[in-house]
Design a protein around this ligand. Structure first.
Ligand code: DP6
Length: 421
């Protein structure tokens, strides 16, 4: 029946992780296609702690494309979304569900509109690469819905056109984004260096740093760097190519001290490029600098690298420890210097894998209160503590890539109304 055939709603839901770069992407050679000036390498974070879930729905009854992020409708006018959609449409396949009387021909996708609902399991405003997980998830779920038969690598090249760093979220474990050299951007895509089981001992602690300041977006920040920084050219042409090789080797051999040295150096150089931009861009704040000092002092005291740090386009610190033992010593130090502000609860101050907290022997706020300064603290100067300067910590690890969630209960859109549940 003709009337009935307009009532169907087809949906797909996926969950996609965030990633943190250990060799940074900063600077484009093509703004529209989002082609970078250097390769980059990232670790995919455990989706149980940091991921986006997206449901995409299509129906002949939808009048326009609409999107809801964490329950709030947001405009979909952006060129980046349109670019991803155009790429997917050109690769869409036929779809048929005889039982429900649904048939969509390849060309038919051009006339249909989408409803998209996305949800981050971590605070969006925290500046934790939410656009990376978001665009990766959008592309992954739409590819499923539209029956796009492409390898993950090609999907990553589509996600790249949503947000550069998104291409690295198509794989779990350790991922390289090869800059490529084709004009079309086809070869500017992600490749997996090792999966999430390769280096399972690594523990990652994210310190979400309190900040009142609105930061320069990565997109405009890197544009200004490319236009005004002379350091960025040297970085892209000389420094990064050799670091990429060394980082690949460090990951392959699970060589933590090499991995940590490169990670810290690359984060610091990225922020140096930001300072070398005119006008200079400051992403890190006093709390970020204190965290760097804490790690550097500890590393020097132990005479081997205990922990690596890295910072993206914001003040949050991502700290990487070689194993649980070191991670719990790190957490003790972090909680000593950055105890929660008044009215916090321990349960909402340390999120994610809470077993690290137990291993650090911290079961209550009183335990944090009673922490002693670490041995490397200068003994003559009384250690200052900075309550409230960190909003919360997330303990996590390297995790798997995107997955399709089949069960109806995971869908964020109602199959009856086509609107967010
Ligand atoms: C500092 O991927 O957010 O996090 O491609 O313009 O969307 P656009 O930028 P985006 O930049 C990320 C920059 C970074 C480093 C990194 O993730 O490699």
């Amino acid at each position: 029946m003709a009337a009935e055939s307009h009532n169907w709603i087809l949906m797909a839901t996926a969950r996609t992780p965030t990633n943190i770069a250990v060799i940074k992407y900063w600077g484009k050679r093509d703004e529209n296609l989002i082609l970078p000036i250097n390769d980059s390498i990232s670790i995919t974070l455990d989706p149980d702690h940091l991921s986006a879930t997206t449901t995409v729905a299509v129906s002949p009854s939808f009048e326009k494309d609409r999107m809801w992020l964490n329950g709030k409708e947001i405009p979909l006018s952006g060129g980046r979304y349109q670019n991803c959609l155009r790429e997917l449409r050109s690769r869409a396949g036929d779809f048929e569900d005889e039982k429900r009387g649904i048939q969509i021909k390849k060309e038919g996708w051009n006339k249909l509109h989408f409803h998209i609902a996305s949800y981050n399991n971590f605070p969006t405003a925290a500046g934790l690469a939410s656009s990376a997980a978001g665009f990766a998830c959008l592309v992954f779920s739409l590819a499923k819905l539209m029956n796009v038969k492409e390898e993950l690598g090609q999907l990553s090249a589509i996600a790249r056109q949503g947000s550069g760093s998104a291409c690295r979220s198509l794989y779990g474990g350790f991922v390289k984004w090869t800059m490529g050299n084709e004009m079309s951007g086809r070869d500017s895509k992600a490749v997996q260096l090792a999966n999430e089981t390769h280096w399972e001992d690594l523990i990652i602690i994210v310190a979400v740093v309190s900040s009142r300041q609105k930061e320069t977006s990565s997109t405009s920040g890197m544009r200004e760097s490319v236009e005004t920084s002379s350091l960025i050219q040297h970085r892209a042409k000389v420094v990064v190519p050799s670091r990429i090789l060394q980082m690949e080797e460090a990951i392959r051999n699970r060589n933590f001290s090499s991995f940590a040295r490169l990670t810290c150096a690359d984060s610091n150089q990225f922020h140096a490029v930001c300072l070398d931009t005119s006008p200079p861009i400051f992403y890190m704040n006093d709390t970020s600098h204190r965290i760097i000092n804490l790690v550097e002092r500890w590393n020097r005291h132990e005479e081997t690298l205990q922990v690596a740090y890295t910072f993206d386009a914001g003040p949050n610190a991502v700290l990487i420890a070689p194993n649980r033992k070191v991670a719990s010593s790190l957490l003790q130090r972090l909680l000593f210097y950055f105890p929660p502000g008044p009215d916090y609860e321990l349960n909402s101050y340390v999120l994610g894998d809470k077993t690290i907290l137990q291993e650090a022997g911290i079961e209550s706020l009183n335990h944090i209160e009673a922490l002693k300064p670490p041995p490397e603290a200068k003994d003559k100067v009384p250690s200052q503590r900075f309550a409230g300067d960190v909003s919360y910590f997330i303990c996590t690890r390297s995790g798997k890539g995107p997955e399709i969630l089949m069960e109806e209960e995971h869908a964020l859109i109602s199959s009856q109304t086509g609107l967010p549940k």
